[in-house]
Design a protein around this ligand. Structure first.
Ligand SMILES: [Zn+2]
Ligand SMILES: [Zn+2]
Length: 390
């Protein structure tokens, strides 16, 4: 079965909702206008309950099926990015320095589409919990919603989410059982020496030397302390020091990102960076302080739920248009907090050609919104089938 007819009927409206959100991007937890727009639509659709103000601007809406049964959670993220849009489109961002460059406007529109269909038809036995979250890009809004108890409060048994994927053929799906996306940590290192005249370095403690030694030594964690380079990335992404050609500075500042799939590897990297920072700084007579921040955990797809979600995707997109062994990638996603608390699956939905995510020319492809909405709707209907003798 391709796109549900009823969803195809209102696809132009989904594109309008998406473009409205695109024009009015909001960042982090500050998704007040977005949440108000979503809540207003949900009430128009006649969903049974709309709970606002979860994780500040998150929403959980409940649609009851025709009889009782478990609750399936479907999640969309609502936040945009702090960057300047360069698409030149009529519906481009009206806010300077903010842009929906990750397609969360599309995710929100697709889940609204599913909500409308589910509220109109209710061909399932149980409940659908539609989760609209703020702060995916930073702040871990999904983790905050879990900490605030949404999964228990609404008795959510399983959770599912989609992310659009530019560069993947339009309307195709990709996912993988088990680890799908990496855990993301960040580190900052403040190296402290004693500055002075650039012509008299012997009278200074130059912080640049230990900083460079630290950056180089950090790269040996991957080549000398770790077994398999398929599941670890360590990138030093910033190094700042100094202000003039004839001054030895007082300090140097380094930061970077660590991507892992297992907590053992994560612990190993953490302690090796700590040892390297202390040892290299001491070797040059400087001191250094490490601030290692553990971020989003790895995104883990429950194998059984992933098989089921891939079956639903095949029904919607066609057999040959679903890759259910696409493998892991080093990106990160805060839906991992929900998948850590409940079994479920995360899938990618192909956007076709176009600029990549977080690019100033990125644009969500409205043509795939009905595919995503149909996927969500059929997932609920198939996970919660009505008894045959009704
Ligand atoms: Zn993003
Ligand atoms: Zn995103």
């Amino acid at each position: 079965m391709p796109i549900l007819n009823r969803i195809a009927d209102f696809a132009p409206e989904m594109a309008e909702w998406r473009r409205h959100l695109h024009r009015n991007p909001e960042i982090g937890f500050d998704c007040h206008a977005t949440a108000a727009f979503v809540a207003e639509r949900l009430r128009q659709f006649g969903v049974d309950e709309v709970h606002e103000g979860i994780a500040q601007t998150g929403i959980v809406a409940i649609v009851e099926g025709r009889s009782s049964g478990p609750t399936i959670g479907l999640r969309a993220d609502m936040d945009a990015l702090p960057m300047q849009e360069e698409t030149g489109l009529a519906h481009a961002s009206r806010v300077n320095g903010r842009m929906h460059a990750c397609g969360h406007d599309g995710h929100t529109a697709m889940l609204l589409g599913a909500a409308r269909y589910l509220a109109e038809t209710r061909k399932f036995a149980g409940r659908a919990a539609l989760i609209f979250q703020p702060a995916e890009e930073s702040g871990g809004g999904a983790g905050v919603m879990v900490d605030e108890g949404v999964l228990d409060r609404f008795d959510i048994a399983q959770v599912y989410a989609l992310h659009n994927a530019p560069g993947m053929a339009e309307g195709t799906f990709a996912t993988s059982p088990g680890p799908l996306m990496a855990a993301v940590d960040t580190f900052e290192i403040d190296v402290v020496g004693r500055g002075g005249h650039g012509a008299m370095p012997h009278e200074t403690v130059d912080p640049i030397m230990p900083a460079v030694a630290i950056v180089q030594a950090i790269q040996t964690i991957l080549s000398r302390n770790h077994r398999n380079d398929q599941d670890l990335v360590i990138s030093v992404t910033q190094i700042h020091s100094g202000s003039a050609d004839n001054i030895v500075p007082d300090r140097a500042w380094i930061c970077g990102t660590v991507r892992t799939f297992s907590e053992d590897v994560q612990r190993m990297v953490m302690s090796r960076i700590e040892e390297i920072v202390a040892g290299q700084a001491a070797a040059f007579g400087a001191t250094a302080k490490l601030d290692y921040q553990v971020g989003y955990p790895a995104t883990y797809n429950d194998p059984g739920r992933t098989r089921f979600a891939a079956e639903v995707a095949r029904e919607v997109a066609g057999d040959e248009r679903v890759d259910d062994e696409s493998g892991r990638e080093m990106g990160a996603e805060d839906f991992s907090y929900m998948l850590r608390a409940r079994p479920g699956a995360y899938l990618f939905l192909g956007q076709g050609d176009g600029a990549g995510l977080h690019n100033p020319r990125y644009e969500f492809n409205d043509a795939v919104a009905p595919v995503g909405a149909t996927f969500f709707a059929r997932l609920v209907e198939r996970a919660l089938p009505m008894s045959s003798g009704r």
